[in-house]
Design a protein around this ligand. Sequence first.
Ligand SMILES: [Zn+2]
Ligand SMILES: [Zn+2]
Length: 148
Amino acid sequence: MTEVNSEQIKGRCLCGAVTVTVTGPLGDVSACHCSACTRWTGSVLMGLEIPRERVTYAGPIKSYASSSFSERAWCENCGTAVWFADTEGEGAANLELSPGLFDGFGGAALTRVVYADCAPSGVVLGGDLQRVSKADYEATHLHVEDAE
Ligand SMILES: [Zn+2]
Ligand SMILES: [Zn+2]
């Protein structure tokens, strides 16, 4: 094991009641323009996909089952988004932590956007990103049908 892999990166919510510690590198940030993420965040969800066993957290975290296979968690006190996570399937091994818990996203960079073709008018995430369409994403991942 290298020193980099045992590095601890600490984050917190806006009020400080929720703390999150990640052991090892944060990896890359991905963004999602699906309708559920847009509604929950009010704009666009960004997440750092981290194996659950590398994450510890403490504080008043509430969660909501946003579909039959996923949940969204936040600080009960200040409302800061803490994570999105699958609760079944192979993605359930990970938490998608909010990058903003960590100062400067913990140095992580945005590299990928999913539901890229569903971005609201005027919202274009710049740079050399991997852009995955709704159709391509839903071909290989659990998703919620557009029921509303
Ligand atoms: Zn808080
Ligand atoms: Zn989404």
